[in-house]
Design a protein around this ligand. Structure first.
Ligand SMILES: [Cu+2]
Length: 147
C-alpha cells in the first residue's frame, strides 16, 4: 500500500513538473522581436508584423491639417519604441523627421499612415510637412527624446 501511495505522489510531481516546463517554454518563445524600422517604407501589409508587444511602446496620433500638426510636441525617453499614427485630416500633406529618416507619403486627406521607430538619439527633432511652404506656414512640431 505504501508503494502505491509513493507512486501516486511521484506521478503528481511529474505531471506538475511537466506543466511547469511546458508553461515556461511557451513564454520563452514569444518575445525576441527584431526591430524592423519602418522608417520611410510604405506599409502595404497593414503591419501585421508589428505584434502588440507589451513592452514599452509609446503610441501617438498626430493629426495634420492646413497648416498645423496636433499635438505640436511629443516626448519620449531614449530607447523607447515609438509608434506614430499620422492622420491627415485636411489637405495635401506628409510627415517627416529628417534626423530619424522618417517620412510618410504625401497624400490628400483623409489618410492614415503608421511610422514606427526606436528613439535612439537624444535631443529635439522637428517634424514637419514637406509640401510647398507648409513647414514655414506652421506645419511643424517637436519630437523630444530625453535621456
Ligand atoms: Cu502640408
Amino acid at each position: 500500500m505504501k508503494n502505491t501511495y509513493i507512486t501516486i505522489v511521484v506521478l503528481i510531481i511529474l505531471v506538475a513538473g511537466g506543466v511547469l516546463v511546458l508553461g515556461t517554454s511557451k513564454k520563452a518563445e514569444a518575445p525576441a522581436r527584431e526591430e524592423p524600422i519602418s522608417a520611410g517604407t510604405e506599409n502595404t501589409s497593414g503591419s501585421p508584423t508589428v505584434a502588440d508587444a507589451p513592452s514599452t511602446i509609446k503610441e501617438f496620433t498626430i493629426t495634420s491639417k492646413n497648416f498645423s500638426f496636433t499635438p505640436a510636441l511629443i516626448t519620449v525617453k531614449k530607447g523607447e519604441r515609438v509608434k506614430i499614427t499620422f492622420e491627415n485630416s485636411a489637405g495635401f500633406h506628409d510627415f517627416k523627421i529628417d534626423e530619424y529618416g522618417l517620412a510618410t507619403k504625401k497624400t490628400q486627406s483623409p489618410t492614415t499612415e503608421v511610422l514606427e521607430f526606436t528613439a535612439d538619439k537624444v535631443g529635439s527633432f522637428e517634424y514637419y510637412c514637406s509640401v510647398g511652404s507648409h513647414r514655414a506656414t506652421g506645419m511643424k512640431g517637436t519630437l523630444k527624446v530625453t535621456e
